[in-house]
Design a protein around this ligand. Structure first.
Ligand SMILES: NC(=O)c1ccc[n+]([C@@H]2O[C@H](COP(=O)([O-])OP(=O)(O)OC[C@H]3O[C@@H](n4cnc5c(N)ncnc54)[C@H](O)[C@@H]3O)[C@@H](O)[C@H]2O)c1
Length: 273
C-alpha cells in the first residue's frame, strides 16, 4: 500500500448500502476508524460490523439538529475527525411540470443542506485542532469529500431538484476549499456516472422500485432504455461498481491528494449527459 489511514477517523453518511458502504469498507481496509451513518439503523449496523474499527450512528442527516449529534458522536467515539464523506442521497425524479415544491426542496435538503450542516458542525473542532497543531509546529491534512453526480455537472433531464442539489454542493466544495485551506483541509467532490446500486435499478413494468423516505414513497430507478443508452454512450461501455466508485473517493481521502483542493473528479467511465 502506498499509504495508510491508520490513526485517522472517517465519517461517512449514507453508508448502510451502495456506494457509501463501499467507501466505509475501503477506508477501513486502509486503516481508518469509520463512523457509519445511515437513515436506516439495520443497514448502518450491518456495515459497521464488517469494519475493523467501526461504529454506527443511525439518523436522518436532513433533520436540522442531527448533523451536530453525528459529528459529536464521531469525535466522542474515536477522539478525532479527519475525513468527512457527504454521501447520503437519493433521487426523486420527474419533469419540471410535475415536480412539487416539497419534492424539489427534499432534493436540496439531502444533497445541499445536509452537507452544509455537517461541515458547519465539524468546523469548530477542525479549526481549533488545526490551530493547536500549527502552534505545535505540525501540519495534519484533513479531508472532505462531497458526493455529486454528472447530473450536477451536466444537468439530468427529469432531475431538476437532484441536479440543482448536486450542482449546489460543488459551490459548497469550492468555497470551503478556500475557507479551510488555512486549516490544512482538502475539500473536493467526486461525481458519479451510473454506478450499480438500487438507485439505477431498471424500472421494469409491474415492478415497484419505490423506497420509503421519511414516510414518503419515492420511486427510484431508471428506465431500461436509459440504461442501454448509457452503456452505448459510455466510453468504457458499462456501468461502474460501488467498489470502483469508492476507489475514486479513496484518492481524495488519502495523502495522494494532499495538494489537491476545490476540485471535482468525475468517476463515470467517461459518460456525460
Ligand atoms: N448510483 C449512482 O449511479 C449514482 C450516480 C451519481 C451520484 N450518486 C450519489 O451517490 C450517493 C450514494 O448513492 P447510492 O447509489 O449508493 O444509493 P443507495 O440508495 O444505494 O445508498 C444511499 C444511502 O443513503 C441513505 N440515505 C438517504 N437519505 C438519507 C438521510 N436523509 N440520512 C441518512 N442517510 C440517508 C440511504 O438509506 C442509503 O442507504 C448519493 O449521494 C447519490 O446521489 C449515485
Amino acid at each position: 500500500m502506498p499509504f495508510s489511514l491508520e490513526g485517522k477517523t472517517a465519517l461517512v453518511t449514507g453508508a448502510g448500502r451502495g456506494i457509501g458502504r463501499a467507501i466505509a469498507q475501503k477506508l477501513s481496509e486502509y486503516g481508518a476508524a469509520v463512523m457509519v451513518n445511515d437513515l436506516d439503523a439495520g443497514p448502518a449496523g450491518e456495515t459497521a460490523e464488517t469494519l475493523a474499527k467501526g461504529a454506527a450512528c443511525a439518523g436522518d442527516v436532513t433533520d436540522s439538529a442531527f448533523p451536530q449529534t453525528l459529528v459529536s458522536a464521531t469525535i466522542e467515539k474515536f477522539g478525532s475527525l479527519d475525513i468527512v464523506v457527504n454521501n447520503a442521497g437519493y433521487t426523486w425524479d420527474s419533469v419540471i411540470q410535475k415536480t412539487t415544491d416539497e419534492q424539489y426542496q427534499a432534493m436540496l435538503n439531502i444533497h445541499l443542506m445536509a452537507p452544509f450542516r455537517i461541515l458547519r458542525a465539524a468546523s469548530e473542532w477542525i479549526r481549533e485542532t488545526a490551530k493547536k497543531e500549527a502552534a505545535a509546529g505540525h501540519r495534519t491534512m484533513r479531508k472532505v469529500v462531497n458526493i455529486t453526480s454528472i447530473a450536477g455537472t451536466d444537468g439530468g433531464a427529469g432531475q431538476a431538484g437532484y441536479s440543482s442539489g448536486k450542482a449546489g454542493v460543488i459551490g459548497l466544495t469550492k468555497t470551503l476549499a478556500k475557507e479551510w485551506g488555512r486549516y490544512n483541509v482538502n475539500v473536493n467532490a467526486v461525481g458519479f456516472g451510473l454506478i450499480e446500486t438500487r438507485l439505477i435499478q431498471p424500472m421494469t413494468a409491474g415492478q415497484d422500485t419505490s423506497i420509503d423516505m421519511q414516510g414518503r414513497k419515492v420511486k427510484i430507478g431508471v428506465q431500461p432504455a436509459m440504461l442501454e443508452w448509457a452503456k452505448t454512450a459510455c466510453p468504457l461501455g458499462r456501468t461502474g461498481t460501488p467498489e470502483e466508485a469508492a476507489s475514486a473517493v479513496l484518492f481524495f481521502c488519502s495523502p495522494l491528494s494532499d495538494y489537491v483542493t476545490g476540485e471535482v473528479l468525475i468517476c463515470g467511465g467517461g459518460l456525460h449527459f
